[in-house]
Design a protein around this ligand. Structure first.
Ligand SMILES: [Zn+2]
Ligand SMILES: [Zn+2]
Length: 119
């Protein structure tokens, strides 16, 4: 017999209510959006801003304000991409370097850039 434990409940995370609907603005478009659609319809919670940013870029080619993507660009060919997560950016850079033997630079507004070199 093991004593009852509440360890089983430690991973339970209550869905925190969101007080304010976040808004995203884009100075390039001169628009502002509230994210109630992302929050309510898509149930994205904390990822709603990130998802909105990715969708905005997919449709307009740029990120909205206050989003600092990782910019990955090849130093030897015009290829490049932008990512919101460092891990995704790094994976792209590594893959490109591996397949093309190109050097790829990774830059972020808040971080020092790094260069990924083919191994
Ligand atoms: Zn825009
Ligand atoms: Zn390249």
């Amino acid at each position: 017999m093991s004593p009852p434990s509440d360890d089983d409940f430690r991973t339970h995370s209550p869905t925190a209510p969101i007080d304010d609907t976040p808004t995203v603005s884009c100075s390039r478009c001169g628009e502002e959006w509230d994210l109630s659609y992302e929050l309510d319809e898509l149930q994205l919670g904390n990822q709603s801003v990130e998802q909105f940013a990715l969708d905005h870029r997919r449709h307009t080619g740029h990120f909205p304000d206050d989003v600092s993507p990782w910019v990955v660009s090849c130093r030897q060919c015009p290829d490049g991409e932008q990512f919101l997560s460092e891990a995704s950016a790094h994976r792209w850079a590594r893959t490109h370097a591996r397949h093309t033997r190109h050097e790829v630079s990774m830059d972020h507004a808040d971080d020092d850039g790094v260069v990924i070199t083919p191994e």
